[in-house]
Design a protein around this ligand. Structure first.
Ligand code: ADE
Ligand code: ZN
Length: 335
């Protein structure tokens, strides 16, 4: 099964680039930028990665991102993640980045996106890993700050495919961002959002009805409401589920109680993703194998999950077909 997962062609659809900052790279970048960090060693830093809820994690995640200052830092961060994609047979990835995490500290939008985009191009050319960018608004910040970010993104519009909504969910409902999402769609960005990770089903309803999102990040709490499940299926929208993130943030108490298989059985389109792999104990393939073991998933289940990852990617029909054909050939040979 491990080999089947390792070689399975797949796409990653829920990944925060800032959440791929491994402790060793964090220390290396901090050192070259002359930034003091309140941890003496990689081990001491890793010991701090113990969370009781989303906010616990976000506090340390934003602190980690403070070391990123220069274009080269964003390049190295992204390149390091894309190398891991190549090693795990991730053929395509849709990378979220949080511009406000950096612009709030005085790092320019241009610095962030130029570093990321150069690494994307190199990974496509040298590693054969395809990727696109999702610009995520931080929901704990104001609507005005999101509008400012949208404005800053316009000169780099060609590099951005979609907008997302992340950070502290409770108390920051999708309705707060209805106008900025409308404006984002009008410039050509596809609307996506985190919803129903810690927030209840009504936040998912809002994300669907007010933001008109085309994919739901997490969506665990959709199972609270059978009408909502029916609506998600009717709209043919996928959920980007992150098993190890869910246990790390106590969204799910034990992987054996994870709702992923229940979601699949209800007819929801689910994908497996790593969210913030440097903080949650594993890359995408570790998420696949952990959930496979916990829920006794079959090769057919894993094939369906990988199929969804290409089917619900923000790619042209032609590019989806190319990946799906490769996946089907793999499954036929290895099932
Ligand atoms: N930012 C990075 N990871 C996140 C998550 N799992 N939920 C909300 N915001 C995030
Ligand atoms: Zn996320």
């Amino acid at each position: 099964m491990e080999d089947f997962i390792l070689n399975l062609p797949k796409a990653e659809l829920h990944l925060h680039i800032e959440g791929t900052l491994e402790p060793t790279l964090l220390f290396e970048i901090a050192k070259r930028n002359g930034i003091e960090i309140p941890f003496k060693s990689v081990e001491e830093l890793q010991a701090a990665y113990s969370f009781d809820c989303l906010q616990d994690f976000l506090d340390i995640y934003y602190q980690g991102a403070n070391v990123l200052l220069k274009e080269q830092d964003f390049y190295d961060l992204t390149h390091s993640y894309l190398e891991k994609c190549a090693a795990q047979n991730v053929r395509h990835t849709e990378i979220m980045f949080d511009p406000q995490t950096h612009t709030e500290r005085g790092v320019s939008f241009e610095t962030v996106i130029t570093g990321i985009a150069k690494a994307q191009k190199d990974a496509q050319d040298k590693l054969g890993v395809s990727s696109l960018l999702i610009m995520s608004y931080l929901r704990h910040l104001s609507e005005a700050s999101a509008f400012e970010t949208l404005e800053q993104s316009l000169p780099f519009k060609e590099l951005i495919t979609a907008v997302g909504l992340d950070s502290s969910e409770k108390g920051n409902p999708p309705s707060k961002f209805q106008r900025v999402f409308k404006a984002s769609v009008s410039v050509g960005y596809i609307p996506l959002a985190h919803a129903g990770e810690e927030g209840d089903a009504d936040y998912i309803w809002e994300a669907l009805e007010l933001l008109n999102i085309k994919r739901i990040d997490h969506g665990n709490n959709s199972l609270q409401d059978s009408k909502l499940v029916a609506e998600i299926i009717k709209r043919d929208i996928a959920l980007t589920v992150c098993p190890l993130s869910n246990t790390a943030l106590k969204v799910v108490d034990d992987l054996r109680n994870h709702p992923l298989k229940t979601m699949m059985n209800k007819g929801l389109k689910v994908t497996v993703n790593s969210d913030d792999p440097a903080y949650f104990g594993g890359q995408i393939n570790k998420n696949f194998s952990a959930i496979q073991k916990a829920l006794a998933l079959t090769k057919e289940d894993l094939y369906e999950l990988a199929k969804n990852s290409f089917q619900y990617a923000l790619l042209s029909p032609d590019r989806k077909t190319t990946f799906l054909t490769e996946l089907e050939a793999y499954y036929t040979k290895n099932k």
